[in-house]
Design a protein. Structure first.
Length: 303
């Protein structure tokens, strides 16, 4: 009678656990470390769209593999290749008897990757070494973080890249030891102060936004465009076949009107090859070229 009551209570406990897990939207799993065997997967459908039974069936054959090969196979089944280091560190912690938490893009077999937070803990029961884990779907939170991060990269007024983001992107590109030719273009408006003084700052704002929109239309998606401050803009053209390609683009841009107040632009161009480009030196050359162009106005100079 007592055994029946205990069995009934265990069944009720499992039901309550299932309800709680589903309400929380998390997935719980258990691994027999000694046998290299996943023994439990609850509510995996909520995160991966794949049943726990299917997951257990998929990974069961891996348990016969040598330990190193087993870990590789299981990791490949669940984890994005770029996030395997986080998983390996978690395993190291478990083998030392410590809990671990990490974030990774997770999937189950052929399902889509989802950003998840994984919390794992080692447990010893009746001499059996187990790992128990909870998987939480953090994709929505990750998307919000990415959006906020992207917003921080942009100039709020023109929606072009900020000066700081432009510099970071350029330094990253130049450190890639590429042998492709790059063109850094600095550009600003001629006599822009007169526009503000004559028509007011609201009109000046419209002119700035018109130039920004014009730049987006004119340059390629792979080019990096930023507002450097005030009425100054900067563009990095990547992988340009020749200086003629760059100057033709700039000539066209300078000839096309992007405001009704006939505000013209001037540009300075500096070219370099990726493997030997120094960002500060290239920017300085472009700035010197712009200074020379502004003496003539509505033209460009190549340094």
């Amino acid at each position: 009678m007592k055994d029946r009551e205990q069995a009934k209570e265990l069944i009720n406990y499992k039901k309550r656990l299932q309800v709680a897990v589903r309400a929380a939207g998390v997935c719980i799993f258990e691994v027999d470390i000694n046998k290299q065997l996943y023994t439990y997967f609850e509510n995996s459908e909520a995160i991966f769209g794949v049943s726990g039974e299917k997951i257990l069936e998929d990974v069961r054959p891996y348990s016969t593999l040598p330990a190193e090969e087993y870990q590789k196979k299981v990791t490949a089944y669940f984890v994005h290749p770029e996030d395997t280091k986080a998983v390996n560190k978690a395993f190291e912690a478990i083998f030392k008897g410590k809990s671990a938490s990490y974030m990774a893009r997770m999937k189950a077999g052929e399902s889509q990757y989802v950003w998840c937070k994984i919390d794992v803990s080692p447990v010893v029961e009746d001499g059996i070494f187990k790992m128990i884990g909870i998987i939480s779907d953090i994709q929505e939170m990750y998307n919000k973080i990415q959006l906020l991060e992207k917003e921080s990269y942009l100039d709020t007024f023109t929606r072009l890249y900020s000066k700081q983001r432009f510099e970071a992107l350029c330094r990253s590109i130049f450190s890639g030891n590429t042998d492709k030719k790059m063109a850094l273009i600095m550009m600003d408006l001629d006599n822009f102060k007169q526009v503000n003084d004559t028509y007011g700052h609201l009109v000046g704002d419209r002119v700035i936004q018109g130039v920004a929109a014009h730049l987006k239309r004119m340059f390629r998606k792979q080019d990096i465009i930023a507002r450097f401050g005030g009425d100054e803009f900067v563009i990095l053209m990547k992988d340009v076949p020749s200086v003629e390609i760059v100057t033709e683009k700039i000539e066209k841009f300078l000839q096309e009107a992007d405001n009704e107040f006939n505000v013209t632009k001037s540009a300075g161009i500096a070219l370099g090859t990726g493997a030997s480009i120094d960002y500060d030196a290239l920017l300085d050359r472009a700035d010197q070229a712009l200074y020379a162009a502004k003496k003539m106005k509505n033209t460009y100079v190549v340094k």
